[in-house]
Structure formats: C-alpha cells, structure tokens
Design a protein around this ligand. Sequence first.
Ligand code: NDP
Length: 500
Amino acid sequence: MSKKKLTSAFGKPVGNDISSETAGAKGPTLMNDAHLMEKLAHFDRERIPERVVHAKGAGAYGYFEVTADVSKYTKAAFLSEVGKKTEVVARFSTVGGEKGSADSERDPRGFAVKFYTEEGNYDMVGNNTPVFFIRDAMKFPDFIHTQKRHPATNCKDPDMFWDFLSLTPESIHQVTVLFSDRGTPATYRNMNGYSSHTYKWYNEKGEYFWVQYHFKTDQGISNFTGEEADAMRGKDPDHATRDLYESIEKGDYPSWTLEMQILTPEQAEKLRWDIFDITKVWPHSEVPPITVGKLVLNRNPVNYFAEIEQAAFSPANFVPGITASPDKMLQGRLFSYHDTHIHRLGPNYHLIPVNRPKNSPEMSYQRDAFMRVDDGGGSGPNYWPNSFGGPAPDESANEPPLPIEGQATRHAYELVDDDFVQPGNLYRDVMTEQDRANLVRNIVGHLGGAQKRIQLRQTALFYKADKDYGTRVAQGLGLDVGEVEKLAAMTQEERAAATA
Ligand code: NDP
C-alpha cells in the first residue's frame, strides 16, 4: 500500500475512502460525512465549459529556435538572433466537433503555439490550412452554427452545412482544401500550420512589413483518404492525440520548419491579391517564403486538464515587433479568444501556470476577480498614474502608426479578382489526378446528403472554379451538367433566387 497519506481538499487526513457514514449498517447516509459531501460536490463541478470551437485537442511543450537573421524585419526579442531558443506550448485540434469527437473528422485542424518570450507571451493561433471559409468575423457565429448540430434533430446536417457555404462563395477555396485529403491529416505531426492571416512585423526603426507564417512539417505531409478517416473514427477516435503523446514519449520529437512570406507595404500595394483577405494565399512564385526557424515538441504534459485543456491561446497576445493587420476576420478574433477564455476559465486565466507569462511576469493595475490566486499586486498602488513606484508604461512598446483613411461604415471586401481563381489553380495546377479524384469523391459523399437545389447551387461554385471540377462533382451527384453550367453563369443573387 502507498505510504502517502490521503487527505481532504483542505489537508485533513482521511480514515476511510470506501464506505459512506450511515445510520446503522443498512441505514441512510449521514450529512455528518463531510468527506463524502466534499468528494461528491467537487465531482459535480468537474466539467468546465468546452471550447465552442476547437474543443477536441492535444498538446505538448517544446522550443522554437531562430535559424535566420530577421532583425531587419522585426524587433521581437525572441527572434533577435540566430540560435536563440524560446520555450513553447502547442495545441492541435479539430474545430467543429465536441470534446469527445473523433480526431479523424474532416475539418480544419487548429495549430496554436504559445511562445513564452522575455517580452510576454506571444500566441500564433493558426490552422493547417492557409485560407479560411469567410473573411469577416460578422459571419463567424453563423458559419460555426452550420457545422454544429441541427436545432431540432441534434444531428450534423448536410443541408445546413452546404446551404451556408453555397450562399457564401468566398468559402470555395477553403472548401476545396477541406475536401481534399488535407481535410483528414493522418496525424497532427504530419500537417503544416499556417497563420492564414496576414500579420504586421516592425523593426527598431519603426519600418513595418506584412507577413504570413508557414510551419512546414518535417515529418512530411500524410493524409487519410476519406475511407481511411472513416475507418479510423471507429477504430480509434483519439488516434491523433495518442500519436502525438506516444511519439514524444518514445523520443521521436515532431518538428516544423518556420517559413515566412514577407512584404514591404510598397510590395503589398502592387500584389494582385488583397493581403487582408484570408480566403486568398500569396502565391509562392510572387512572394517566395524564407526559412527563419524550427519548432520542436519534446515534452508531454503531465496532466492533460491542467496543462492542455486549460491552455488558452489568443491571437491578440502580441509582443513588441509583431502586431495585427486589418484583416477583418483577425480583428474579430482579437476580441473573441480572450473573451471566450474569460467565460471558460475565468478573468484570471492568465494565472493558470500554462498561461502565465513566466518569462515576463505580469506588472499591471488589473486587480481582484474570481480565482486571483497570487498576491494580487500586494500592497502596491492599484491605479495609474501614481507616485508610489508602480509600473510605468514604456513608449518604446508602442506600434508604428498605420495610415488609414476612409468612411466608417459597413464595407464589403472590394475584390481585385474573383474568389474562384485560386481554388481553380489549386485544382488544376497543384493537385495530382489522384488528389482530384479523391476530392470529388469526398465532396459527392457529403454534398449528396443535402437537398438537390443546394447541391446545384454548390456545384455551380465548383464549376466556376474549374469546369472539369464542377462537371465531375455534378456527374458524381447525378446532376444535369447543363443546369449547373447555367447556374454558374448567373450572379450570386440570381443563383440564390433560382435555387431558393
Ligand atoms: P505552389 O505550387 O508554389 O504551392 C502550392 C502549395 O500547395 C504547396 O505549399 C503545397 O504544400 C500545397 N498543397 C499541395 N496540395 C494541397 C492541397 N490538396 N490542399 C492545400 N494545399 C496543398 O503554388 P502557389 O503558391 O501558387 O499556390 C497555388 C495554390 O496552392 C493556392 O491557390 C493554394 O490553394 C495552395 N497553397 C498555397 C500556399 C501559399 O501560401 N502560396 C500554401 C498552401 C497551399 P506543401 O509544400 O506543404 O506540400
């Protein structure tokens, strides 16, 4: 038997942890049994709200090492010299499913990295896809609802899924990535991570650059086909979680090479694509990526709940030298991640050890609130300005100014090109014939569950991206290709009316 003594939550030794205290051998249980009451009451409160998105995930610790001099682009201290290493925690996840859902579901994968830098925590909160379904945060709750359960049946619903997407043509690029086999990565180790958004880097002189992050897997890309993913869902719904843990446990540490695409503001003006539109990539031929570092994961969490379930990432966590771009999807995320963590973990979630800025301790005037578990600022002043030696703002932490002009109103994205060029390029120029065949099969298997009018509306979008793409999906679904072609020639409003 263990020599460690069992205690209550408050440290009182426990004499018996098997039998409740009852009135007689067969009598009712006594309220006097404080140990039982405490044990049950804590159990009753074990669950915290799961994330509304990215609920199912796995994570590990490691480090990021700089391998190229990027100091002319950013003054971020953790990127300041070649060879510099920074501790990280990373979390990978599916997006739409609940905490108990399968790792092999067709879904984008979250790819979040928290860098514990000497200037505070920096979070890079990306996905395994370089683009996204929508480009304005206003649409995000609606989009996510369509990926969740139907209000009446409580089942996933192909009508909801495809109705929204077919009425949201900018989604076509991400839909094409998602329904390729990249939508079902074989493991978390075998996928890339992308910032997807454009961010701003700025240097000591105040010069700024627009950048995108690409963490390229050193394990190589490996995906399941649709059939393999379906089989894995039944065989081991936690296969990717298990794979990450077991590889690290046996010393086979996964790593990613960080490549950056970097543009000066002048270069960005000349680029054909809107760099703040997350449904577009920057073609590599126009903006060649440069290698800047290596991410290695080499330590498993000891306690999943404490260290990974409670790990809270926010794209608003920047350090000097890195900041946001005006990407409208990113702008919404800057608010929403912090807000959801306050809801899930409480206003002092930054004190949970995995979230604590351990290499740049908090020195703020924020006080109190639930679960303030440190000295809460002690006896120091709780207001600014003060003349009692409290922490003072440092102007050098300010971002360089960004010139903005225009009218404050609800602007739609001004398209310099339509939304179908890049998915068409992906289908024609990047995918192999096998990739295209799998893509069409995966789409037909899913879209086939939606109403015919929705199938037609969505297939017209595939047709607009590429005639062969739309034709093959139409044939797979048994649709009239002529009807699809006619719908593809209409404006989005006309098409919506014709398929209402
Ligand atoms: P490139 O040929 O230079 O790059 C193509 C990229 O596509 C590679 O990074 C490759 O990633 C990735 N890729 C291969 N298969 C798929 C797939 N099924 N789904 C998503 N990505 C895939 O071309 P461009 O830069 O001109 O871009 C062409 C298209 O490639 C884009 O429209 C976009 O859909 C896709 N793409 C582009 C990226 C970019 O940042 N430019 C990034 C990722 C995809 P890998 O090297 O890891 O195999």
